[in-house]
Design a protein around this ligand. Structure first.
Ligand code: ADP
Ligand code: ADP
Length: 224
């Protein structure tokens, strides 16, 4: 499924032009959105995740109108925000099970299978019974990935995922993302060049609400 963004603009009530006629075409695979703080990344990510509306512009995910048809987008969307407030006293397994119910996986046997497979894929199977409050930053981030993957999303939005991870966790986390993202459109927003350098097949550079350049990582980074 192809993601097409056309002339997206957003101005906040205080007059900040967060996005200025942003257009992008994204194919399945890892796509990096690189820009410094305040460039407009989160605004774009929240609009893609149907949490916010642009002033003008259009977004299509396959045949889905992302701005108008939010329910259909949400059926096929995985969103990993910068930080999430998981209940600290609940085990990873129960938490994931709970989100699975919310996603409509009501049949217990099916749900158990999905939850087990996600815990294994994110390397959390051995710690599934532990309270989330005892998890390291890297483990919490992987649990966020497991939640985002419920329902086999075709569009996965990951906003500044490596903030707060130590270098080793960062590498492991990025590798996990690239594995799980296969076949889906995965958009990774970051201000860290190294995050996009190795794993993304395309990169767009955003600055003050404008896309400066869209290219393969090596070229985009040379032009920085
Ligand atoms: P990034 O994620 O790249 O840091 P943001 O999308 O968060 O960028 O912000 C883009 C610009 O919009 C920044 O100048 C920021 O200060 C501003 N901004 C973000 N959210 C709001 C808001 N709710 N109200 C006013 N200005 C905002
Ligand atoms: P911490 O963040 O406290 O280091 P982790 O859960 O990240 O804890 O890692 C615990 C152990 O599990 C690590 O020592 C590592 O060897 C292993 N591990 C975690 N994630 C992966 C992964 N994706 N691939 C391989 N090994 C992993």
């Amino acid at each position: 499924m192809q993601l097409s963004i056309r002339d997206l603009s957003k101005t906040y009530p205080n007059g900040t032009h967060a996005l200025k006629a942003v257009s992008l075409d994204v194919s399945p695979g890892m796509f990096g959105l690189l820009g410094r703080n305040g460039a407009g990344k989160s605004t774009l990510m929240r609009i893609l995740a149907t949490l916010q509306e642009p002033d003008t512009g259009a977004i299509a995910l396959g045949d889905i109108d992302v701005i108008r048809d939010k329910d259909r987008v949400r059926e096929t969307l995985g969103y990993l925000p910068q930080s999430f407030g998981f209940h600290p006293r609940v085990s990873a397994e129960r938490l994931l099970d709970h989100f699975a119910v919310l996603k409509g996986l009501v049949e217990p046997r099916v749900r158990r299978g999905v939850v087990e497979s996600l815990l294994r894929r994110t390397n959390l199977w051995d710690v599934r019974a532990r309270r989330v409050g005892t998890f390291s930053g890297g483990m919490r981030q992987r649990l966020g990935v497991a939640v985002a993957l419920l329902g086999s999303p075709r569009l996965i939005i990951v906003d500044e995922p490596t903030a707060g991870l130590d270098p080793e966790e960062r590498v492991r986390f990025l590798n996990l993302l690239s594995e799980i993202g296969e076949g889906s459109v995965v958009i990774l927003s970051t201000h860290i060049v190294e995050d996009v350098e190795e794993l993304c097949n395309r990169v767009a550079i955003i600055d003050r609400g404008e896309i400066l350049l869209e290219a393969e990582p090596a070229r985009a980074i040379d032009d920085l």
